[in-house]
Design a protein around this ligand. Structure first.
Ligand code: IPD
Ligand code: CA
Ligand code: CA
Length: 264
């Protein structure tokens, strides 16, 4: 990608500005709607934040494409060229109920390759970034590679509440076995932050049944840069144009989780 450093700096500035906007808008009353069901929230701040990115990107880079959760960009059917994949607020439930533990997630892909990943924890003013081939950073400090020797029994695993209800991927007994086997489980309510925490080494794996491209796009780039692996639960590659199951962790835990799920 030409002028990657330039795009990186600009994207970071926009993310920080968007964070400031969110912080000021959340002081006033705002409209909250639901999407698929009563648990799937969207606020006017999600939409305004996405619009903020769309306005800046289209003005500066009219040939770039934008795939955003709230649909303010265009319909994106291919990853050719430069595509910004944006979740304006990841963790909207946390945003509405807790006013914390949410993040802005921006992944920039060029011809299908993840080049820049930014995850900004707005309330903690913490920026995670991943730059393909250069490394991953937290607030400008380079993150160390994640521990390749850590095994499943030593792992803190991010699991969301969908695993607690009947599902077609893992039956109840297996979920119980998994919870017994690992060292602990955590459920943060923001996929983007869970990727960032894996990169930082404060949790060791994340496994989920369905995430959209904007939940994964930045996180995958950041985790790749510290030696982690992110695939679908059957080991196939993530498709940035559609929904995916996800396992993210070091290679050893990734293999254990895959064989655990596939075991009859
Ligand atoms: C959600 C969060 C949540 C995950 C959901 C996502 P949203 O994103 O990342 O942790 O479990 O699958 O949809 O709706 O808050 O942007
Ligand atoms: Ca999301
Ligand atoms: Ca969102």
């Amino acid at each position: 990608m030409n002028n990657r450093d330039y795009i990186l700096n600009e994207a970071k500035q926009w993310v920080i500005e968007a964070g400031k906007l969110i912080k000021s808008e959340m002081q006033k009353p705002y409209k909250i709607d639901t999407k698929r069901d009563r648990k799937d929230l969207v606020t006017e701040i999600d939409k305004n934040t996405e619009q903020f990115f769309v306005d800046h990107i289209t003005k500066r880079y009219p040939d770039h494409k934008i795939l955003g959760e709230e649909g303010m960009g265009e319909e994106v059917h291919s990853l050719d060229g430069t595509v910004w994949i944006i979740d304006p607020i990841d963790g909207t439930m946390n945003f509405v109920h807790q006013q914390r533990f949410f993040a802005i997630s921006v992944g920039i892909y060029h011809d299908g390759v993840g080049e820049i990943g930014l995850i900004y924890d707005v309330m903690n003013d913490t920026m995670y970034e991943g730059i393909k081939g250069e490394g991953a950073y937290k607030d400008g400090e380079k993150l160390a590679p994640i521990d390749p020797n850590k095994t499943l029994s030593d792992a803190l695993v991010g699991l969301n509440n969908f695993w607690a209800i009947p599902n077609r991927r893992l039956d109840e007994r297996k979920i119980h076995d998994l919870v017994r086997k690992v060292k602990g489980t955590r459920s943060y309510g923001s996929a983007a932050l869970e990727f960032a925490y894996i990169a930082e080494g404060i949790i060791d794996a994340y496994i989920t049944m369905r995430l959209q491209p904007w939940d994964i796009a930045a996180g995958k780039i950041i985790v790749d840069e510290v030696g982690g692996v992110t695939t679908r639960v059957d080991g196939s590659s993530i498709d940035m144009l559609t929904g995916n199951t996800v396992i993210c962790s070091n290679k050893a835990i990734h293999e254990s989780l895959m064989s655990f799920i596939q075991q009859k």
